[in-house]
Ligand binder design. Structure first.
Ligand code: ADP
Length: 880
C-alpha cells in the first residue's frame, strides 16, 4: 500500500478523469463538497453509515471532521490527515490530497496506519527501555529492609505504565506461591488461597489456557486480567497479575519490564531468605547446643564454630585432644565408636565431659555420625538438660516406689477385663498388714477373704467403682492367721481415651483401731446421752445469745415442750429484763481461764407463778478466746426458796411479836393524849367555859395523835407483808428510819437512848427495803436486850452511816459490854441463842446474815470499846 502511495505521489500531478486507479479511499465531490461517489478498496472497511455519508465530514471520526472546514476549494494544496471509523472498531488512519476532477473534486486518501504505528512503536520501545532500566536500578540498589516497599512502588509504576487498576507479584518458593507486594497496598480481589491453585497450574503447565484464565479473571472481579509469567530455565518462577490494563500491551515490552523487576528482586529475595535461614539455623544450634563435626582427611576433628565455642575447644582438634575432653569412663567407648564409624557403622553415643559446668553438674553430649561418600561427619548435641531431667525423673520415680513400698497403706492396682477386676499389683506393705503372700490365693481373689457380713459391701464397691469411677468404703478382711481387720478402701477407676475402663488404683488402710475406737466413742456417747436424758437435773447447751442448741427432758418438762422443740428457743424469754441483763453480763465475764460461773436465776415459767433455778455454766471457747457456746446444768430451787421466804416471813413475824410490847406503848401513848384532851374538853363544856379557841386546840391535838397512830399501823402493815419479788433501788438510811418508827418509842420507854446520826448524803442500795429494815430491827432488838439484861448504866444505841470504796456501811453499836469472844464465831448460826427458852429463837442473826448476803453484802460483828458493833456493808447502787 505504501508503494502505491509513493507512486501516486511521485506522479507529481493528480490523475485526471476516469483513468484514476482505484487505490486507497476515494471521495468524488461536487462543487459544494457533497459526496458523489465513494471508491477505492479501503471503502469496505468503513461502516455502512459512513459509506452512505452525504458529506465527507459525516464519515469521519469527530476529531478529523473538524479538519475539513468550509468548501472543498479551501482544502486544496495541503495534505489532509483524516481518521475514519471502521467496521472492526479500530480507526482507519489516512493521508491524502484534494484535486480538481472535472467540475467537481476528488479526495484521494491512503492508509498510513502502519507508518504511524512504526513511529509510535519506536517511542514506546524507548519508554519501556527507560522504565525497565529505572525499575531494575531501584530494585537492585535499595537496602534490604526497603526491598518489599520498593517492589510495591515499582508495581505501582508498572500499573501506571499499563494504565492498569492494580498489579500484583507472585513468587514460587519451596513448592508454594506467595504474594509479597501489590501496586495497591491491598489487593482488593481474590484471597490468596483462591488464586494459588491456578498459579500451581501455571507452574506445572508453563502457561494458563483460556478456561483457567477466565476462572482466574472471575476471581479478580471479572475485570480483564493479564498473567505475565517469569521463567527461569523454562520453569515459571514468578508472575505478575495485571488487572484491567488499558494501554496497548506488547508482549516483548511487558516481558522486558517483568524481567527488569523480577531478575533483581528474586535474586535479592532468595539471598535474604537464605541469610535468614542460615541465621535461624545458627540460632537453633546455639539454643540446642548442637553443631556439626567432620573428620578431616588430615585426622583432625573439625567442629562448627558455635559447638567449639560451647565446648570451649578450638575449631579443629586432634582425636586425642577430643578424647581427653571426655569423661575417663566414656573414652574407650568413644574410641571404639570412631573406629567402627570408619568401617561404615553408624555412630550414636551419649558421652559425659570430664569438666562439669559452672553449677558443678555433669555435662552430657549426644554424639552421632556416619560415613558419607568416604567422609565421616555428624552432629553433636548438648543433652545435659535432658539427662538432668531424666535423672530427676528417675529419682522421683525411685522415691515414689520407695514411698509406695514403705507406706503403711497397701497400694494396689486391679486390671479391668470384661466387666471384672483382676488383681495386678499390691505394694510390699500387704504382707506386714495381712500376711498374704504376693502370689497367694487371697491376692488373686481378695473377695474370698471378706468377712461374711461385709460381702454385700464388697460387691457394692465394685459396682460403684465401675459406675461412678471412684469409691470409698469399709469392710473386714481376714488375715493369714484368721483374724479380721477393718479396711478402709479408697479406689479410683482410670479410663482410656475412649472412656473405656482400664484399671483401678486404690489403697487399703487398716482402720481397725480407729473403727474400734469410734465404736467405743459411740457407746460412750450413748451412755452419756442416756445419762443426760435420765438425769433429774436440767442440762442444756446454748449459744452466747441464749439460743438453746440442745436440752434434755427435765428442761423440756419444765418449759412444757418436747425435748426436740428446745433447740432454737431463747432462754432469755423466761427472764425479766433486769435478770436477763444480769445473766448476759455474767456470761460476758467468763474467760478461758475462768470458764465456770453459777447463779440462782428466777424464771417466769409458762403457767407457773415463778421458778428459782440454781444454774451452773461452763463456757466453751475457740482458739482466739471467743465464747462459742455454754454448757449448763440447772436444779430447781423453787421449793428451797419458798421455805426460805417462809422462814424469813416467820422471823419477821417473830420480830413483830417481839416489838409488840413496844408497839402497845407506842399506840397507848397517842390514845392517852387523846383521852386527856377529850376529858378536859368535856369538863370545860360542862362548866360552860369551853370557848372555840380552846376546843379547836384540843381537836387539833387529837388529830395529830390519830395521824401518828395511823402512820404506825400502816408501817406495821407494810412490814408484815411478804417481800416484793423484784429487787428495787432505795436509800439505805430509809431502813434505819423505818426501824426507828417501829422501835424508837419502845426503846425510849425502856430508858435506852437512841443516837441516830442522820447522814449527809442519801446513798442507794439494791434489794428489798423491808428486809433491810428487818435486819436493823434485829440488831437493835439484840442491842436493847443486852443493855437491859446487863443493866448497863446510861444505855445507848448508836446508829450511823459510812461510805467506804463504793460500799455503804450501816453501824449499830451499843454500850452493853460486847459479846463473849468465844461466842463471836457462833452467833450467826441458826438457833444459837443465849437467851432463856421462850425468849430467844436464835434465828435473828442467821436470817439477817442471809438477807444481807442475798443483797451482795456482808454482816460483820466486832467488839468495840463499850459494846458490840454490828456493820451492815452493802454495795452502793450507782444510779448513773
Ligand atoms: P436471839 O436474839 O433470839 O438469841 P440472835 O440470833 O438474834 O438470836 O442472837 C444470837 C445471840 O447473839 C444472842 O442470844 C446473844 O447471845 C448474842 N448477841 C446478839 N447481839 C448481841 C449484842 N448486841 N450484845 C451481846 N450479845 C449479843
Amino acid at each position: 500500500m505504501s508503494g502505491a502511495f509513493e507512486r501516486w505521489l511521485g506522479g507529481g500531478q493528480p490523475l485526471a478523469g476516469a483513468s484514476v486507479p482505484a487505490v486507497g479511499l476515494q471521495f468524488w465531490l461536487d462543487e459544494q463538497g457533497d459526496v458523489q461517489h465513494l471508491g477505492g478498496p479501503l471503502r469496505a472497511q468503513l461502516p455502512p453509515v459512513a459509506q452512505r455519508a452525504v458529506r465527507v465530514q459525516d464519515a469521519l471520526l469527530p476529531h478529523s471532521a473538524v479538519v475539513l472546514e468550509g468548501a472543498p476549494q479551501d482544502w486544496q494544496g495541503q495534505p489532509l490527515d483524516l481518521d475514519f471509523p471502521t467496521v472492526q472498531g479500530a480507526s482507519l488512519r489516512t493521508r491524502g490530497w484534494l484535486q480538481r476532477q472535472g467540475a467537481g473534486w476528488l479526495l484521494q486518501l491512503f492508509d498510513i496506519g502502519d507508518l504511524l504505528g512504526a513511529q509510535q512503536h519506536q517511542a514506546v520501545r524507548d519508554d519501556v527501555q527507560r522504565l525497565a532500566v529505572e525499575i531494575g536500578r531501584a530494585v537492585r540498589e535499595c537496602t534490604g529492609e526497603r526491598l518489599l516497599p520498593v517492589i510495591a512502588q515499582q508495581l505501582q509504576r508498572l500499573a501506571e505504565h499499563w494504565q492498569a487498576r492494580a498489579v500484583q507479584v507472585w513468587c514460587h518458593e519451596q513448592g508454594d506461591w506467595h504474594s509479597h507486594a501489590a501496586s495497591d497496598h491491598h489487593w482488593p480481589w481474590a484471597a490468596q488461597a483462591q488464586v494459588r491453585p491456578w498459579l500451581h497450574v501455571l507452574a506445572q503447565q508453563g502457561d494458563l489456557d483460556d478456561r483457567a484464565l477466565a476462572e482466574l479473571q472471575v476471581l479478580c472481579g471479572g475485570l480483564p486480567l493479564r498473567v505475565l509469567p517469569y521463567r527461569e530455565g523454562g520453569q515459571v518462577q514468578a508472575c505478575l497479575l495485571c488487572v484491567a490494563a488499558e494501554a496497548p500491551f506488547a508482549q516483548a515490552a511487558s516481558e522486558a519490564l517483568v524481567q527488569a523487576l523480577l531478575d533483581p528482586f528474586l535474586a535479592r529475595w532468595r539471598q535474604q531468605h537464605m541469610q535468614r535461614s542460615t541465621d535461624h539455623l545458627h540460632d537453633l544450634q546455639r539454643q540446642l547446643g548442637a553443631g556439626g563435626w567432620h573428620w578431616s582427611p588430615d585426622g583432625l576433628l573439625e567442629l562448627e564454630a558455635a559447638l567449639a565455642e560451647r565446648l570451649g575447644l578450638p575449631c579443629a582438634v586432634s582425636i586425642e585432644h577430643w578424647l581427653e575432653q571426655l569423661h575417663p569412663a566414656d573414652r574407650e567407648a568413644a574410641r571404639l565408636a570412631l573406629q567402627q564409624v570408619r568401617e561404615g557403622q553408624a555412630l550414636s553415643l551419649d558421652l559425659r565431659l570430664s569438666q562439669a559446668d559452672a553449677q558443678g553438674d555433669t555435662r552430657w553430649l549426644h554424639w552421632v555420625g556416619a560415613l558419607h561418600g568416604g567422609q565421616v561427619r555428624g552432629v553433636v548435641l548438648d543433652i545435659s538438660a535432658l539427662k538432668a531431667q531424666e535423672q530427676q525423673a528417675g529419682a522421683a520415680r525411685a522415691r515414689l516406689e520407695n514411698l509406695i513400698a514403705s507406706s503403711p497403706a497397701v497400694i494396689y492396682v486391679q486390671r479391668y477385663d470384661e466387666g471384672a477386676l483382676h488383681s495386678a499389683f499390691f505394694s510390699a506393705s500387704l504382707e506386714p498388714l495381712l500376711g498374704w503372700r504376693s502370689d497367694g490365693e487371697q491376692v488373686r481373689q481378695p473377695g474370698l477373704a471378706v468377712h461374711p457380713h461385709d460381702r454385700e459391701q464388697w460387691l457394692e464397691r465394685t459396682r460403684t467403682l465401675l459406675r461412678e469411677g471412684q469409691v470409698r468404703c469399709r469392710y473386714r478382711l481376714r488375715d493369714q492367721l484368721g483374724g479380721y481387720h477393718w479396711i478402709l478402701d479408697e479406689a479410683r477407676l482410670l479410663r482410656d481415651d475412649l472412656g473405656q475402663p482400664l484399671e483401678v488404683v486404690g489403697l487399703w488402710l487398716d482402720v481397725s483401731d480407729a473403727t474400734e475406737a469410734a465404736e467405743r466413742v459411740r457407746q460412750s456417747e450413748e451412755r452419756y446421752r442416756a445419762l443426760v436424758d435420765d438425769s433429774p437435773a436440767m442440762i442444756c447447751r446454748y449459744r452466747p445469745d441464749l439460743q438453746v442448741l440442745f436440752g434434755n427432758r427435765p428442761l423440756a418438762d419444765y418449759l412444757e415442750c418436747a425435748p426436740d422443740q428446745l433447740a432454737g428457743m431463747n432462754l432469755g424469754r423466761w427472764l425479766s429484763d433486769g435478770d436477763r441483763e444480769a445473766f448476759v453480763q455474767r456470761l460476758a465475764s467468763l474467760t478461758p481461764e475462768q470458764p465456770l460461773s453459777s447463779a440462782e436465776i428466777c424464771l417466769q415459767l409458762p403457767g407457773r407463778e415463778q421458778a428459782w433455778w440454781v444454774w451452773a455454766d461452763r463456757g466453751l471457747f475457740d482458739a482466739q478466746g471467743r465464747l462459742l457456746e455454754v454448757q449448763a446444768v440447772g436444779r430447781d430451787n423453787t421449793e428451797v426458796r419458798r421455805s426460805q421466804r417462809q422462814l424469813l416471813q416467820g422471823a419477821k413475824m417473830a420480830t413483830l411479836g417481839e416489838l409488840a410490847t413496844g408497839l402497845v406503848h407506842e399506840i397507848n401513848q397517842p390514845l392517852n393524849v387523846m383521852r386527856m384532851a377529850v376529858t378536859n374538853s368535856l369538863k370545860r363544856l360542862h362548866s360552860g367555859t369551853a370557848d372555840v379557841p380552846y376546843l379547836s386546840e384540843k381537836l387539833q391535838r387529837i388529830e395529830t395523835q390519830v395521824e401518828r397512830t395511823v402512820r404506825l399501823v400502816e408501817h406495821m402493815r407494810v412490814y408484815g407483808r411478804r417481800s416484793e419479788l423484784e429487787r428495787q433501788a432505795f436509800v439505805a438510811w430509809r431502813a434505819v428510819d423505818g426501824a426507828l418508827a417501829l422501835l424508837g418509842e419502845g426503846l425510849r420507854g425502856r430508858g435506852v437512848k437512841v443516837q441516830a446520826e442522820s447522814p449527809a448524803s442519801a446513798l442507794q442500795v439494791l434489794g428489798h427495803p423491808d428486809q433491810l429494815e428487818q435486819v436493823l430491827i434485829n440488831l437493835m432488838v439484840n442491842a436493847r436486850d443486852a443493855l437491859l439484861e446487863r443493866r448497863t448504866p446510861a444505855p445507848c444505841i448508836r446508829l450511823a452511816q459510812q461510805q467506804v470504796e463504793g460500799r455503804v456501811c450501816l453501824l449499830v453499836e451499843d454500850n452493853a459490854g460486847g459479846i463473849d469472844p468465844r461466842l463471836l464465831g457462833r452467833i450467826f448460826e441458826p438457833f444459837f441463842t443465849t437467851k432463856p427458852a421462850g425468849v430467844g429463837t436464835g434465828l435473828g442473826l442467821s436470817v439477817s446474815h442471809g438477807i444481807i448476803e442475798a443483797m451482795g453484802g456482808t454482816l460483820e460483828v466486832a467488839n468495840a470499846e463499850h459494846g458490840a458493833c454490828f456493820r451492815v456493808v452493802l454495795p452502793l447502787y450507782n444510779t448513773s
